[in-house]
Design a protein around this ligand. Structure first.
Ligand code: CA
Length: 367
């Protein structure tokens, strides 16, 4: 039940403070102006992460705190970890029906509801974090995402990115494609479908269930995120072999989804604040992973004797070929997926050409 209360005459100074903190002003409003409101709203944010889980959960908490502060308390957001209000994989439905006004999750969890959804999180062998931001913000991706989610009563915002992930944890080494046959692996999204094409059995589990499933042998392998998050879950205590690179998630965008009716009812300045804070967290989360991953990987290898290995070339090639087929078949079966794939592919071709003479060329010279 949404709780609203009106506090008369207390809002305008808070609006100015909030917008100054966010670096934005409402359109057409000089001093609070006609778009400002003194109504005080309390929103719930449900998430797919354990409360305050490093990077993901803390990112959601940061977003909620930022919106609350930037709005001067006019829009207070309270965060609920996975399972506190709704289970991890019910965030999409809960926000769509208004059980919560806001959610923090990953769009590839919803591929069973909308075939195009994974494109806005991660596509195997697709865009990295920098390219995802380019495509979503400046390359038409966000428009397609907004159109897709509108059918579900939702407004999506990019709200975090982990950067390139790892291929995952395996209880036995992967020497060749034969080692993937019959392998039961936790891997969500289109990456899971690709693994199925090369003979594995993908399963989807919320993060909090990965360790016990891997430790008991209910699954043989699991991908989660990367060193920073995998160390926090202790996945190295359940499987010895850690493989790279994360072909399945080269730069996954996390999402903030807002109930569309609730968002549309906001005054313009609060909508701008939500947008600006999502952008800020989208950036802050990538900075956090960039700063923490190698520190965690050093600990995994030096203190916990993890076997760090690269997937064999022939395995990566088979996965890439299978990915092309999965993406093409997904697009052939669904018009929105077709639009998302075509838009993303056009952007990826451009990004690849540019990055060949910029990012990649620079990495090669850095030594
Ligand atoms: Ca992952």
């Amino acid at each position: 039940m949404k709780r609203r209360e009106l506090l008369r005459g207390a809002g305008l100074a808070a609006v100015a403070t909030g917008l100054a903190a966010c670096g934005a002003r409402p359109e057409g409003a000089a001093d609070g102006g006609p778009t400002a409101s003194t109504e005080r709203l309390q929103w719930k944010m449900v998430t797919s992460w354990p409360t305050n889980f490093p990077g993901l959960g803390t990112g959601a908490a940061k977003l909620a705190a930022m919106i609350t502060a930037a709005s001067g308390g006019r829009l207070t957001v309270k965060v609920y970890g996975a399972g506190e209000l709704v289970p991890a994989f019910e965030v999409f439905d809960a926000v769509g029906r208004g059980t919560a006004e806001m959610g923090h999750s990953a769009s590839y969890y919803w591929k069973g509801k909308a075939a195009a959804a994974p494109f806005f999180c991660a596509v195997p062998f697709g865009l990295n974090a920098q390219e995802m931001n380019g495509w979503l913000y400046e390359g038409g991706g966000l428009e397609i995402w907004r159109e897709l989610y509108a059918h579900f009563g939702l407004v999506p915002f990019p709200a975090g990115n982990t950067g390139v992930q790892m291929a995952g944890w395996f209880r036995k080494p992967v020497e060749s494609l034969a080692d993937l046959q019959g392998l039961k692996m936790r891997i969500p999204g289109l990456g899971g479908e690709v693994m199925a094409r090369v003979g594995a059995t993908p399963v989807n589990l919320p993060g909090a269930e990965i360790f016990s499933s891997l430790q008991t042998g209910a699954i043989d392998a699991a991908e989660w995120v990367g060193p920073y998050n995998d160390l926090a879950f202790g996945l190295h205590r359940a499987a010895k072999y850690c493989y790279y690179p994360g072909w399945q998630e080269p730069g996954p965008t996390l999402e903030c989804m807002v109930n569309k009716a609730a968002f549309d009812a906001l005054p313009q300045d609060l909508r701008d604040i939500v947008d600006a804070c999502c952008r800020a967290v989208n950036d802050a989360m990538l900075a956090e992973y960039t700063a923490r991953n190698q520190q965690a990987l050093d600990r995994l290898v030096r203190e916990h004797d993890v076997e760090l290995r690269q997937l064999p070339d022939d395995v990566l090639l088979a996965l890439r070929r299978a990915s092309d087929k999965v993406l093409e078949e997904t697009a052939a079966a669904d018009p929105m997926a077709r639009r998302a794939l075509d838009s993303m592919r056009a952007f990826q071709a451009q990004a690849k050409a540019w990055h060949a003479v910029s990012e990649e060329a620079y990495y090669a010279t850095r030594g």
